[in-house]
Design a protein around this ligand. Structure first.
Ligand code: C5P
Length: 231
């Protein structure tokens, strides 16, 4: 098995479209990410449908609330069958600790979002954060690790620094991945699957290069071959 695992982002607007794609891809792919759009419309049934198909589910709902509410949401995600779920690290240590405790009850893998990649230094200043996005991301990664979370979502460009600070076993989940030759779309600081694997990514998240491919199963297979080739 590849050291770096591929997660396909199910950025679609209906359960029918999502299941059609998952069934078309079949055994070529194990992990799927369900985000706010699909979950808001189709909710738990979609997760159950994926689990029925033997798939692993990353529930990308980025919880950010008071500790009790986040802990209950993480508990619910685990009970629903999600294999991975995330929270905003900026919710603070008490929230992260409560979330980690809830995750340990069901065994769901809990990771954190550090700084949204849509925030630049100017926007950070406007919300009262004087650190650079990179400094803030590292601070929040450390905080997440101290609270017992399994890892963070980060750009592939940040993996090296995060692994140096938090250790190799602290998981990194990297979006913004483009196989050579595929359209970057709105992603700016991209890496290829092989580059991300070399950087030490534990998981890569890929959406459009698989979703929009003529043959999504083949696209997923090629990405996994690329990940395997750097072992
Ligand atoms: O289509 P694409 O490969 O760009 O999709 C990437 C997925 O990863 C999307 O679901 C997107 O919301 C998510 N993501 C991201 N950048 C982040 C965090 C999450 O692209 N910083």
């Amino acid at each position: 098995m590849n050291k770096t695992q591929l997660i396909a982002a199910l950025d679609l607007d209906s359960a029918e479209a999502a299941f059609a794609l998952v069934d078309r891809i079949g055994a070529a792919l194990q992990w799927y990410k369900v985000g706010k759009q699909l979950f808001t419309m189709n909710g738990p049934e979609l997760v159950r449908g994926l689990k029925k198909r033997g798939k692993k589910v990353f529930l990308d709902l980025k919880y950010h609330d008071i500790p009790n509410t986040v802990a209950q949401a993480v508990r619910a995600a685990g009970a629903l069958g999600a294999d991975m779920v995330n929270v905003h690290a900026s919710g603070g240590s008490t929230m992260l600790n409560a979330a980690a405790k809830a995750a340990s009850e069901t065994g769901v893998c809990l990771i954190a979002v550090t700084v949204l990649t849509s925030l630049d230094a100017q926007e950070m200043t406007a919300i009262g954060i004087s650190s650079s996005p990179a400094e803030q991301a590292l601070r929040l990664a450390r905080l997440s690790q101290q609270a017992g979370l399994a890892g963070v979502v980060c750009s592939a460009h940040e993996i090296k620094t995060i692994k140096e600070a938090c250790g190799k076993s602290f998981l990194t989940v990297a979006p913004g991945i483009r196989p050579a030759g595929s359209a970057a779309g709105d992603q700016k600081r991209i890496m290829t699957p092989a580059q991300a694997a070399k950087a030490g990514a534990d998981f890569i998240v890929v959406g459009r290069p698989i979703l929009a491919a003529e043959n999504p199963a083949l696209a997923a297979q090629k990405i996994q071959e690329e990940l395997g080739s750097i072992l």
